[in-house]
Write a protein that binds this ligand. Structure first.
Ligand SMILES: *Cc1c(COP(=O)(O)O)cnc(C)c1O
Length: 387
């Protein structure tokens, strides 16, 4: 496309590569420390780089390419379709599919050399049949449900559910994994409960003849929280994109990968008492200058930003006032001198070196009571990503 809309997302692939290396160094340094202490992992785990949901809105193919080159052991996606898209984009690294398999169409797994997660006996049966039909041995990861109560074989029922799967002649167990429900909540006891259940499940798996196998469990929050759950691989998503899952903090040198900006298309003055935007929900309390910005909820900007969020213009914070509409919003620039059409408007990104001249997805999420994951993933399809 030759014309770029003024509302565009810039995706900094150097920042992405640098975040990957920062995580890798963190894993290596802590591993050394733990080895000295005689606890924790004895070698740094590999990284399964999570690129589901269009790489958290950043664009799956370019992000996957960088992570593949950076040395990710595997890439992980939510479903077969996402995996197929990466293969068609030329990605050659192993690709793990997290989600439940659609039983009706397993051919993508075979045709595109994807690694499925098997999370139920029925899925195991279907894959065994499909692999037998093709005369191949299919490697898979086994998912254990240790308390999230979503997908996976129940941790307390394995002696009954696993033998049939482990006896499948055309399926080869490569790794076993689980997923934490409360890794980002230091107060929650469930994390430790899940960790113990997972370790017990791995012993049970060995007893049932399912060894040796590799293990993985840690998303970004778990990775930061407890090196005992690093096992053979960790599975960061959010950290790769330069954000620490709230409310956690980390000393890792991460850089936000995405910035989102637009331009002022018009400057408008309104008088005291005049309403602004749909629903007339904002009324000018004083003579007010507004910047009209051509970005709205169709671009993924939440309507709840009205009256709660800010944008950066000329290095200053301008409150979003009036309704966020489909294609437009308005910001109060009364206190900012000299704003003109064409000036840059930053939604995510920096306009200077001070902390308040910087907005990231974590801060934006805090204004509207959501999580940075949602802010990133909801970035609209019409917002062009510039790499
Ligand atoms: C999304 C996901 C991850 C990554 O989570 P982050 O919090 O972004 O690090 C890891 N594992 C599974 C199973 C996931 O679905």
């Amino acid at each position: 496309m030759s014309v770029i809309r003024c509302t565009a997302a810039r995706v900094d692939l150097d920042a992405l590569a640098s975040n990957f290396q920062a995580i890798r160094q963190y894993l290596a340094s802590d591993a050394v420390l733990n080895r000295a202490a005689g606890a924790g992992p004895s070698r740094a785990p590999g990284i399964i780089a999570v690129v589901k949901a269009n790489a958290y809105g950043h664009g799956a193919r370019p992000v996957a390419r960088v992570l593949e080159d950076a040395g990710a052991a595997m890439l992980a996606v939510a479903d077969t379709e996402e995996g197929v898209d990466l293969r068609e984009g030329g990605i050659r690294a192993p690709i793990l599919v997290f989600g439940a398999l659609s039983v009706s169409d397993l051919s993508g797994i075979f045709d595109y050399r994807l690694t499925p997660t098997i999370s139920s006996p029925a899925a195991g049966r279907a894959l065994q049949a499909a692999a037998a039909e093709r005369g191949v041995a299919l490697g898979y990861h086994l998912k254990i449900d240790t308390g999230l109560n979503r997908l996976g074989f129940r941790h307390d029922n394995l002696a009954r559910t696993l033998p049939e799967l482990l006896a499948s002649a055309h399926l080869r167990l490569e790794a076993v994994h689980t997923h934490f429900g409360t890794a980002d909540d230091p107060e929650s006891p469930l994390f430790e409960v899940q960790r113990r259940r997972f370790e017990a499940a791995c012993f049970a798996l060995n007893d049932l003849g399912g060894g040796p196998h590799l293990r993985h469990a840690a998303n970004s929050a778990a990775l930061l929280r407890d090196s005992r759950v690093w096992y053979d691989f960790v599975r960061p998503g959010l950290l790769l994109y330069g954000l620490v899952p709230p409310p956690l903090h980390a000393t890792l040198a991460l850089r936000p990968v995405m910035s989102l900006s637009s331009r002022v298309v018009a400057v408008k003055g309104v008088r005291v008492g005049e309403p602004v935007g749909y629903g007339a929900r904002f009324t000018a309390p004083r003579p007010t200058s507004l910047a009209v910005v051509p970005a709205g909820y169709a671009d993924g900007l939440d309507r709840r930003l009205e009256g709660r969020g800010v944008v950066l213009i000329r290095g200053r914070r301008a409150p979003i006032v009036g309704a966020v509409s489909m294609d437009m919003l308005t910001a109060d620039i009364t206190d900012i001198e000299g704003v003109n059409p064409g000036d840059e408007v930053a939604f995510l990104g920096a306009q200077g070196d001070e902390a308040w001249q910087r907005i990231d997805a974590r801060e934006m999420a805090s204004w509207i009571d959501t999580i940075p994951y949602e802010v990133l993933c909801r970035l609209g399809a019409r917002v062009q990503r510039v790499y």
